[in-house]
Design a protein around this ligand. Sequence first.
Ligand SMILES: Nc1ncnc2c1ncn2[C@@H]1O[C@H](COP(=O)(O)OP(=O)(O)OP(=O)(O)O)[C@@H](O)[C@H]1O
Ligand SMILES: O=C(O)c1ccc[n+]([C@@H]2O[C@H](COP(=O)([O-])O)[C@@H](O)[C@H]2O)c1
Length: 199
Amino acid sequence: MRNTLPYARAGQTIGLLGGSFDPAHAGHAHITREALKRFGLDRVWWLVSPGNPLKSRGPAAMAQRLQRARQVINHPRVTVTDLECHIGTRYTAETLSRLQRLYPGVRFVWLMGADNLVQFHRWQNWQQIMADVPVGVLARPGDRLAARCSKAARMHRQQKLSPRHSQALPQGRPPRWCFVNMPMVAQSSTQIRAGGGWG
Ligand SMILES: Nc1ncnc2c1ncn2[C@@H]1O[C@H](COP(=O)(O)OP(=O)(O)OP(=O)(O)O)[C@@H](O)[C@H]1O
Ligand SMILES: O=C(O)c1ccc[n+]([C@@H]2O[C@H](COP(=O)([O-])O)[C@@H](O)[C@H]2O)c1
């Protein structure tokens, strides 16, 4: 299994952007570049999901989603991977605990757009995710206010790092999270699918 997983060495800081990527678009690429800068990450891995456990509709075939994702992000510090298929997980809490065992000494940061923070408290073992890794949240059009008022944000307000200190997010002990505001890209996979699909 090792050679189907991306390489990382101890001491590196890796941001994980999990998603359906059905299909990948400029919004994903934008938040990835911002996350690299704002959170001082060495690399970002896109975890193309076998299927979001909260979505009833299954996504397009993995091979198609991977291929599109690699066209959308062509960046020397970003790796597109289907590693959840190889390690046999689809719940994020499980994925993180497996990765932490597989990569001792690597610091992982979970990344998400503001819309995901709104429903984060519905994820399986979400409090465990908060306890295991720092979480970096990136602004998304229409979701900033709801994210700030979300259950996860309210319950963890004491652990929120000021965006002025976002570079320090990966360094301290979780739970800690940071919300960064920035110029936003208003694209979504739903919009692309509604517009006739993948083109
Ligand atoms: N335009 C965007 N701005 C900020 N974050 C985004 C944007 N698009 C996607 N994300 C974030 O990227 C991650 C993966 O998103 P996903 O693959 O579900 O894309 P999506 O456009 O939200 O898809 P869908 O419309 O099918 O729900 C999520 O954390 C999501 O919040
Ligand atoms: O673990 C969960 O319960 C869970 C519930 C909903 C979403 N997720 C993860 O959140 C990421 C974003 O999903 P999506 O479909 O919004 O792109 C993706 O990695 C999913 O596996 C995880």
